[in-house]
Write a protein that binds this ligand. Structure first.
Ligand code: SAM
Ligand code: FES
Length: 352
C-alpha cells in the first residue's frame, strides 16, 4: 500500500478501486500519518487554527436518523440564543483571541433571512478583522447570496455521504441528496470558502462509500472538510448502531491531508469524545484546526448531537486553555488569526 500512499502524495488523486483498497485495508498507518504531518507542516508550520463555535439554536425542522436534535426527539430541551447572547459570545471569544466565529445550529425558522442578515452584519461591523462561518444547513441560493453580501465568509455543510443510496439510509424521504449537493455547489459559486464533510462509521457506510467521498472531494475542491466518528444518541433511530472508530477516522484524516495538502481539517469534538486524546491524535494524523466551544455553559448540554459529548461543562476560557496545553504537549501551538487556507500546492509554503 506504500506505493498508493506515495502516489496519492504526488498526484493528489486515485482511482475508485485504489481508494477502496486503501480504506478497507488501512495499511501502513504510521507511514501515512508521518507523511500527512509532514505535508501539514509544509503548509501550516506547527500552527493550529482555532474557530470559536457558537451553537446558537437546537431547534431543527429536520429529522436525520442519526442526530440528537432531530425534530422528532421530544426529549430535547430546546433553546435558542438571542442576538445579544450571541454577540456576548463573540465579545468573550474576541478577548480570548478568536478571530473566526462559527454560527452553528439546527434549521430553525425563527432565525429567518432577515434576522440572520442583521446578526451577520452586526458581527462583521463589530469585528471586521474576524472571519464569520455559517453552519445552518440548506437554504436557497438567494439566501446564501444575501448572507454572503452581509459579510459571511465561510460555510460548513457536510455532504454526509457522496453515495445517494447511503444518503437515503441516513435520512428520511423528505431530505434530498440532490438538494444537499446543489447547495454545496451554489455556496462555492457565490464565493464562500466552503466546507463539506461526513461521519465515519455511519450505518450502511462501506469502503466504497468512503471512496466516493474522496472522489467527490477531489472534484469539489472544498477549502475545509469536517469529519468525525458517528456516535449514537440514545433518543434517535440509530441509538443501537455501533459508533465509528478512532482508527478509521484517523486514517481518513491522513488520506484527506494527502488528497488536498492545504485543506483546513479539524480534529473534531466527536473525535475527542470517542478517545480522551482523540484531538491530539487527529493533529498527529494531519489535522490542523480545532473548534473550541464558545456557547454559554447553560446551553452546552442541550446541543447534544450524540451521547457523552465532551466540553459541555467548561467555560470558553477553560476550553481554550485545555486545548492550548494539549497542543503544546504534542509540539503545536494555537494560532491567533483568521486561519484562512494556505496557498494551493505549487504556491508559497510555510518555511517556519
Ligand atoms: N444544521 C446544520 C447542518 O445540517 O449542516 C449544522 C448542524 S448539524 C447537527 C452538524 C453535523 O453534526 C452534521 O452535519 C453531522 O455530520 C454531525 N452529526 C449529527 N449527529 C451526529 C452523531 N450522532 N454523531 C456524529 N456526528 C453527528
Ligand atoms: Fe437537524 Fe439533521 S436533524 S439537520
Amino acid at each position: 500500500m506504500r506505493e498508493l500512499i506515495d502516489r496519492l502524495e504526488r498526484e493528489h488523486t486515485l482511482k475508485k478501486e485504489e481508494w477502496t483498497a486503501l480504506i478497507s485495508e488501512k495499511a501502513d498507518k504510521e507511514y501515512l500519518f508521518a507523511k500527512a504531518r509532514d505535508v501539514a507542516r509544509q503548509y501550516y508550520g506547527n500552527k493550529i487554527y482555532i474557530r470559536g463555535l457558537i451553537e446558537f439554536t437546537n431547534f431543527c425542522k429536520n429529522n436525520c436518523y442519526y442526530c440528537g436534535i432531530r425534530r422528532d426527539n421530544i426529549n430535547v430541551v430546546r433553546y435558542r440564543l438571542s442576538e445579544n447572547e450571541i454577540l456576548d459570545c463573540c465579545g468573550r471569544g474576541y478577548e480570548l483571541g478568536f478571530r473566526t466565529f462559527v454560527l452553528q445550529g439546527g434549521e430553525d425558522a425563527f432565525y429567518n433571512e432577515e434576522r440572520l442578515i442583521k446578526l451577520i452584519s452586526t458581527i462583521k461591523s463589530r469585528y471586521p478583522d474576524c472571519a464569520l462561518t455559517l453552519s445552518i444547513g440548506e437554504k436557497s441560493k438567494e439566501s446564501y447570496q444575501k448572507f454572503y453580501d452581509a459579510g459571511a465568509d465561510r460555510y460548513l455543510l457536510r455532504h454526509e455521504t457522496a453515495d445517494k443510496s447511503h444518503y437515503e439510509m441516513l435520512h428520511p424521504k423528505e431530505h434530498s441528496f440532490e438538494n444537499r449537493m446543489k447547495c454545496l455547489w451554489e455556496l462555492k459559486e457565490i464565493g464562500y470558502q466552503v466546507g463539506c464533510g461526513f461521519m465515519i462509521g455511519s450505518k450502511g457506510q462501506t469502503a466504497e462509500c468512503l471512496a466516493e467521498d474522496m472522489i467527490f472531494i477531489s472534484k469539489f475542491q472544498p477549502q475545509m472538510v469536517g469529519i468525525g466518528p458517528f456516535i449514537p444518541h440514545h433518543d434517535t433511530p440509530f441509538a443501537r448502531e455501533a459508533a465509528g472508530t478512532l482508527e478509521s477516522t484517523l486514517y481518513m484524516i491522513g488520506l484527506l491531508r494527502l488528497l488536498k495538502p492545504n485543506l483546513l481539517l479539524p480534529a473534531t469534538t466527536a473525535l475527542g469524545t470517542i478517545d480522551a486524546k482523540g484531538r491530539e491524535k487527529g493533529i498527529l494524523a494531519g489535522a490542523n484546526v480545532v473548534m473550541p466551544n464558545l456557547s454559554p455553559t447553560k446551553v452546552r448540554k442541550k446541543y447534544e448531537l450524540y451521547d457523552n459529548k465532551i466540553c459541555t461543562g467548561d467555560e470558553a476560557a477553560e476550553c481554550l486553555n485545555c486545548l492550548n496545553l494539549r497542543m503544546e504537549q504534542i509540539g503545536y501551538r494555537l494560532s491567533i488569526d483568521r486561519g484562512d487556507p494556505a496557498e494551493e500546492p505549487g504556491g508559497i509554503k510555510c518555511t517556519t
